[in-house]
Write a protein that binds this ligand. Structure first.
Ligand SMILES: C[S@@+](CC[C@H](N)C(=O)[O-])C[C@H]1O[C@@H](n2cnc3c(N)ncnc32)[C@H](O)[C@@H]1O
Length: 246
């Protein structure tokens, strides 16, 4: 985890996404951009989407991540932005949050809930949402009903809850949410905003940690994952799910 943090900490994103995608999710959630909200952004990384939200919305955003180093970069980067919401940071684990019951109007989480499992995360976080509150979460999902075996084996080996969009929507409904909308992240979210900057950062990372076997494995996995994405992007992406607590 420490090595992963070193590799990712100078990048704007630690997973696929974009300001346009965050904006579309805000629109689908029918969030009133003039009102003030209490928002948690869980697994925020270096906070590209936190800053996007803070430019689009008003109120307070608590940005949560396991790594203080990511939160420091978020604080630094947000200084130069024209933000309208206040950002606070919190170093904590997303499965042990020090929040009150029904504290938040909105819970946001881009590409991070898989760390504690989708079903576990959406159920656990629900207790912190006010009734009628919004959950906006992006999650790796199959976007077709069948797929090549090599691909299926790879992602099923990586993530036990790999499922279709319909499966993710069912999980949200079973957890007590009404699904307001969903969409699939396009290529630029993966390549321009995530894999290309990540692959570019391998050179510096290997200069520092090239003697470390784990570091070499991380780099090889990134390259394999990016190649897989380019080969099989018709079959999977991140689904962005916007749901409301009943
Ligand atoms: C794939 S990254 C996504 C980051 C960011 N939301 C983005 O889209 O660029 C997942 C993030 O979850 C964080 N993370 C992993 N396990 C966590 C945990 N147990 N609690 C809080 N954050 C965690 C990682 O540090 C990382 O920043």
């Amino acid at each position: 985890m420490e090595l992963m943090m070193h590799l990712h900490r100078n990048n704007k994103r630690q997973g696929p996404g974009s300001e346009d995608a965050t904006n579309l999710a805000v629109t689908l959630a029918k969030i009133d951009r003039e009102k003030s909200y209490k928002i948690a952004d869980i697994g925020c990384g270096t906070g590209e989407q936190t800053i996007s939200l803070a430019k689009m919305l008003k109120g307070n955003i608590i940005a949560v991540d396991l790594f203080e180093e990511f939160l420091e970069k978020l604080k630094e980067d947000s200084k130069n932005e024209n933000i309208t919401a206040h950002i606070e940071t919190l170093a904590a684990s997303m499965d042990k949050l020090p929040f009150e019951k029904e504290e938040f109007d909105i819970i946001w989480s881009e590409g991070a809930v898989y760390n504690i499992g989708f079903k576990n995360g959406i159920n656990y976080w629900k207790e912190f949402l006010k009734p009628g509150g919004i959950l906006a979460v992006s999650e790796l999902s199959w976007i077709t009903n069948c797929r090549p075996k090599e691909l299926e084996d790879f992602w099923n080996g990586e993530y036990a809850e790999m499922d279709t969009i319909a499966g993710k929507i069912k999980a949200l409904e079973e957890a007590g949410y009404k699904v307001l909308g969903h969409f699939i992240l396009p290529d630029d979210c993966w390549l321009d905003n995530y894999y290309n900057p990540l692959l570019d950062s391998h050179k510096d990372f290997m200069e520092k940690f090239g003697d470390n076997e784990v570091a070499r494995v991380i780099v090889e996995r990134d390259i394999q994952e990016a190649d897989f994405y380019k080969k099989y992007k018709d079959y999977y992406s991140y689904g962005f799910y916007i749901a409301q607590k009943l």
